[in-house]
Design a protein around this ligand. Structure first.
Ligand SMILES: NC(=O)c1ccc[n+]([C@@H]2O[C@H](COP(=O)([O-])OP(=O)(O)OC[C@H]3O[C@@H](n4cnc5c(N)ncnc54)[C@H](OP(=O)(O)O)[C@@H]3O)[C@@H](O)[C@H]2O)c1
Length: 359
């Protein structure tokens, strides 16, 4: 383990979130970096738990404050940045994510890692049927960052598809019938979806920081397995021996069933803090495009040979993941923003309906 005073410090934005937790853990436990964990609330359970890890220091701030961003980037060697499109909304995410990168340049950050999503609209040939806010905002920012080149700052895109853990919480969470049958009822097509197991995220991000000469300028699109809903069903039955069905709903039937409330905006999850204007899509518009893009297989572009080379110990398949986490089709809390909204609503005696969000 290196001398703590010489250890490069990495700012982690979004580190208390589902994707950020494994990043904080991997960087902190490596003993090669100190983590500056950016959070709005240092007293949250997640922040306090992470603060107990080796080499992790908490830094309070809000992504929607440019002053906070300056203070956060000042003095760090590197940064891993995951803004939360679900609470910010498309327009605000675009603005603050670009400002974060610009401010990091001003503050002299050496290696900037952007937690990216597929730029679905571009990858789908600019067909608006595949435009939705929380992916395209990130994808545009990713293109903008790589377009600035590698002279002044090294940059890497870390591109994830939907989390495998969304089988616990979010868009892929199934229902259980009284007889124990597990039911996925959704509008999925036959295409392969590149799911990523969050357990592997930390190792990839550690590799990115450890190997800047190789990772600079790269868009590392990660996945654990690319699977269709038919594959998910077959693997689930094989692993658990349970009865399970996939029911294909029309987009209208599905949306009528799961829309959080009529005309809910895409960033409704931001609760009382969300920003609302014409740029916001509705939840229906947002997730209609989301289902089309992923379940038609347009995002199934990952390079498995590269992923095996970078991380030979990666989880190799959905089946391995289901066995590892003992997946039984039961719900489990994964996303912080959903957890926070539920807590906010519990104070008013309300509940939320539907699966709400996913990557
Ligand atoms: N769900 C998926 O399958 C998936 C897949 C790929 C990409 N993504 C993307 O990941 C992002 C969400 O991250 P997540 O999945 O880790 O969600 P999450 O578990 O809900 O975590 C949200 C994170 O964002 C932070 N955050 C939210 N608003 C903030 C603000 N104004 N200032 C500072 N920090 C803020 C939260 O920190 P504090 O509350 O501690 O401040 C928390 O760390 C979204 O943009 C989504 O599109 C999701």
């Amino acid at each position: 383990m290196s001398d703590p005073s010489n250890r490069p410090e990495i700012l982690v934005i979004g580190g208390t979130g589902a994707q950020g937790i494994p990043v904080v853990e991997a960087l902190g436990k490596s003993g090669r970096y100190t983590v500056r964990l950016f959070t709005r609330d240092p007293k949250s359970t997640r922040a306090r738990t992470l603060a107990m890890l080796p080499n992790v220091k908490i830094h309070q701030g809000n992504v929607t404050s440019q002053e906070d961003l300056h203070a956060a980037f000042r003095g760090v060697y590197g940064a891993w940045v995951n803004t939360d499109g679900f609470t910010l909304g498309e327009k605000n995410e675009l603005f603050y994510a670009i400002r974060a990168y610009e401010i990091a340049l001003h503050e002299g950050v050496k290696h900037y890692v952007w937690a990216n999503s597929d730029y679905a609209l571009r990858k789908a040939g600019w067909n608006e049927r595949y435009h939705w806010g929380h992916n395209d905002a990130k994808g545009r920012v990713g293109d903008f960052i790589l377009a600035q080149g590698q002279q002044r700052i090294k940059s890497t895109l870390f591109t994830t598809g939907p989390y495998m853990e969304m089988l616990f919480d979010g868009m892929f969470k199934p229902e259980e019938r009284e007889d124990g049958t597990i039911v996925w009822a959704n509008p999925a097509g036959n295409g392969k979806i590149p799911l990523i197991a969050l357990d592997d995220v930390g190792s990839y991000v550690l590799w990115i920081f450890d190997n800047v000469e190789r990772s600079a300028g790269v868009d590392l699109e990660v996945t654990t397995d690319q699977v269709s809903f038919q594959d998910i069903l077959e693997v689930f039955i094989r692993v658990t021996g349970k009865k399970a069905v996939h029911i294909t709903l029309s987009m209208e039937e599905y949306m009528d069933k799961v829309e959080p409330y009529p005309n809910a905006p895409a960033n409704f999850i931001g609760g009382k803090n969300r920003i609302d204007d014409e740029s916001n899509m509705t939840w229906r518009q947002n997730f209609t495009a989301w289902w089309r893009y992923w379940s038609e297989g347009i995002g199934a572009t990952r390079d498995f040979a590269l992923l095996d080379e970078i991380f030979p110990g990666r989880i190799k398949s959905l089946e391995t993941w289901m066995r590892k986490v003992d997946y039984q089709g039961k719900p489990k809390q994964v996303l912080k923003n959903l957890e926070d909204l539920k807590a906010q609503l519990a104070d008013t005696g309300q509940e939320i309906h539907g699966p709400h969000n996913s990557g």
